[in-house]
Design a protein around this ligand. Structure first.
Ligand SMILES: [Zn+2]
Length: 422
């Protein structure tokens, strides 16, 4: 694993990996490809290094580096800047080599129950454009997947992005997603849908699909408040309660790929029935519907979360109690996870976090009250830094990981005639 400007580059082949590949010996093309990726990822990480420095650091010969940099220049993936400086060893001019993040773009999408959030980024995950549109996910995949495809096309056109420069689309959605198939618990009507395959049939771009909380965790881990943190528990509070665990920079998936379903951990076995069929899950105490229902049962005019948040901010005791109950319920579950995992950081995000400390404070207080002193002393509960972009940026990170681990998609960029996106 290596770092670029504080960001972790997971596509980078480390030296052992490269040597293992090179050790096969017989496949020169494989070795060339491995060296090409090694140099490209080194330049991503250490933008501004001259060729001689890249050769020293990668262990490749000056000749090999020269050939690879020439290829990368031709492919538009690197550029040599004009800020030349004299080589102290012999008066030669040395030219810094920089990664060209503008050569392609990535689309990251948060597919929610009621809205789509889409971002377009460069290859360094810098956001170049963003949109947010209504999305009726409850109408099911037959209605919604064509709408999603249209939304992607409209967004790309509106942003003025040449289609050929979009190197991938990373999408996060609620529920368990295993090999592209939506599994329970998920949005009603989507169970058993191979959403990944169907989106690929509708949109002629490389598509990646994952659970939204896992992507939120990945986004915060790469670009948010959890950068450089070894172990992080991510909690997403919204219509559902989702979770993600990041260990050593990677999202932990577990045997079934479903790890992180914190919303379906039981708070009260005798509690109300949950979407998943169980009773008393965290989600039925802390999900958006539970917060609204708590207030509506006492103040029938209240029908939506915006009103609840407004009432709470105005000091309404019932609305405050609803948010307190939600935060404390989440905190009780998280306290158990703190004991078990001892995460360095607990990052909370999601639409309900618009309530800020009104939900975060009882959550934090309950974690502190109910976790053991030792892990408690080494963890912090904080709000995410990426807000509503966390899931979409996790989608971007997923595309980047795939592209820079493989590299094949990058070779095709130079063959397109479309102008480089600026
Ligand atoms: Zn449940």
């Amino acid at each position: 694993m290596s770092r670029i400007a504080g960001r972790t580059i997971h596509g980078l082949h480390d030296r052992d990996e490269r040597l293992a590949l090179a050790g096969r010996g017989t496949d020169l093309q494989l070795m060339r490809e491995s060296n090409w990726l090694l140099v490209l990822n080194y330049v991503r990480e250490h933008g501004g290094s001259p060729r001689a420095e890249i050769a020293r650091q990668t262990g490749l010969s000056r000749t090999t580096i020269g050939n690879i940099i020439d290829d990368l220049l031709a492919e538009g993936l690197v550029r040599e800047s004009g800020s030349e400086r004299a080589d102290t060893s012999g008066g030669r001019r040395v030219v810094p080599v920089h990664f060209n993040a503008d050569v392609a773009t990535i689309i990251g999408i948060a597919l929610g129950r009621h809205r789509l959030i889409m971002v377009v980024t460069d290859l360094s995950a810098n956001i170049l454009g963003r949109t947010e549109v209504p999305f009726p996910a409850y109408q099911g995949p037959d209605t919604c997947l064509p709408l999603l495809a249209d939304a992607i096309r409209t967004f790309i056109m509106a942003q003025g992005i040449p289609w050929a420069k979009v190197i991938g689309v990373g999408i996060g959605m609620p529920g368990i997603v295993t090999d592209g198939v939506c599994l329970a618990p998920t949005i009603p009507g989507w169970i058993g849908t191979n959403a990944l395959q169907r989106i690929r049939e509708l949109v002629d771009l490389p598509i990646y699909l994952d659970n939204n909380a896992k992507l939120g965790a990945l986004g915060e881990s790469r670009y948010g408040n959890a950068r450089d943190v070894e172990s992080m528990l991510y909690v997403r509070v919204g219509t559902g309660i989702g979770g993600g665990l990041v260990l050593n920079g990677q999202v932990y998936r577990g045997g079934a790929g479903s790890a992180g379903e914190i919303g379906h951990m039981v708070v009260d076995p005798h509690g109300p029935i949950c979407l998943c069929g169980n009773t008393g899950c965290l989600e039925v105490f802390a999900g958006k519907a539970a917060i609204i229902e708590y207030v509506r049962a006492r103040q029938p005019a209240v029908q939506d979360i915006v009103t609840v948040l407004q009432l709470a901010q105005a000091g309404d005791a019932v609305a405050l109690a609803a948010l307190h109950r939600a935060g404390a319920s989440i905190g009780a579950v998280v306290a158990g996870l703190v004991n078990f995992i001892s995460p360095v950081l607990i990052v909370v995000n999601g639409s309900t976090l618009r309530a800020g400390e009104l939900i975060l404070a009882p959550l934090r207080d309950t974690v502190l009250a109910h976790s053991l002193p030792t892990p408690r002393a080494h963890t912090r509960v904080i709000a995410g830094a990426l807000g509503s972009n966390a899931v979409a940026l996790g989608g971007v990170a997923t595309v980047l990981d795939a592209v820079f681990r493989d590299g094949r998609a990058l070779h095709t960029l130079a063959t397109t005639t479309a102008p480089v996106y600026k």
